[in-house]
Design a protein around this ligand. Structure first.
Ligand code: PLP
Length: 273
């Protein structure tokens, strides 16, 4: 008998290098057994050496994509990645309310507050960060900033577990249900410790730190794996634990591609080993 999988929607940009953005989201959704839906926000021109530029999609087209798939196919969970402009962010927030996605609805919504690539190239026009804070965080069941994004959003500089907890508290003030403060960029630490909190519980998720240069798309892949788990019905701590296990293997098996930073790899989930 044919079974229709659960669906997950990504509202994000395209990476011509295929390692981050919607390409990372779709390959993660596939590897996690959910059907991926897409609302494209921007087309980036990039390779392993960095982002050479991007063109945003107009806000009406972004909105129309979300409505088209939500109305017909149904969305079991959604996430955002690169949103490019404040105008797109405002349009996405309004549309999510219309199609009943996000906090207070049946459909969980994850916000990965993407501001720049790991090569330091901006993926967001100015003033859009404030729109992410005010428009998206209150609608999000989970936000997943890395330490650079934490600093941009709160001005807290995370260097240890105490400041990581401080950052979680500051970020929850913006209204999301949960926050995951990812510690992967705390390079002094021998482990990757992420902190998940809803303001009541503070859960530390600890994992190994792998020696690799190839971590392109890591943030997108983890947020997508969490979103896939939510789409399949996991609760938040369960989905984040699942996402963490998934990204660990993807980093462990990341491969070189091009002269710069290669992508993390979800192939392990498909290949027999
Ligand atoms: N390009 C796009 C379209 C993205 O969405 C992202 C991250 O979300 C990146 C590039 C940057 O990825 P990384 O920081 O892993 O290089």
């Amino acid at each position: 008998m044919t079974t229709t999988p659960r669906t997950a929607l990504t509202i994000a940009g395209s990476d011509s290098g295929g390692g981050a953005g919607i390409q990372a989201d779709l390959r993660t959704f596939f590897a996690c057994g959910v059907h991926g839906l897409v609302a494209l926000t921007a087309v980036t021109v990039q390779n392993s050496l960095g982002v050479q530029g991007f063109t945003e999609i107009d806000a009406e087209t972004v909105t129309a994509q979300i409505k088209a798939v939500a109305g017909d196919m149904g969305v079991n969970a959604a996430k955002t990645g690169m949103l490019a402009t404040a105008e797109i962010i405002y349009a996405v927030a309004r549309t999510l309310d219309e199609v009943h996605i996000g906090q207070g609805t049946e459909v969980p919504f994850v916000v990965d507050p993407v501001a720049a690539s790991m090569t330091g190239d901006s993926l967001l026009r100015e003033e859009a960060l404030e729109a992410i804070r005010t428009e998206l965080f209150p609608r999000a069941n989970l936000i997943t900033p890395n330490l650079d994004e934490v600093r941009l959003l709160t001005s807290v500089r995370v260097t240890d577990k105490t400041t990581q907890r401080e950052a979680a508290k500051a970020l929850l003030e913006f209204g999301s249900g949960w926050v995951l403060v990812k510690g992967g960029h705390m390079y002094e630490s021998p482990e990757c410790v992420d902190l998940l909190s809803d303001g009541t519980d503070y859960l530390e998720l600890s994992g190994p730190r792998y020696e690799t240069e190839n971590t392109h798309g890591g943030g997108d892949t983890m947020a997508s794996a969490i979103t896939a788990s939510l789409a399949k019905g996991a609760d938040m701590p369960g989905a984040v634990a699942e996402g963490k296990r998934f990204i660990e293997r993807c980093v462990a098996e990341a491969y070189p591609l091009g002269a710069g930073v290669g992508p993390v790899s979800p192939f392990w989930r498909l290949a027999p080993n």
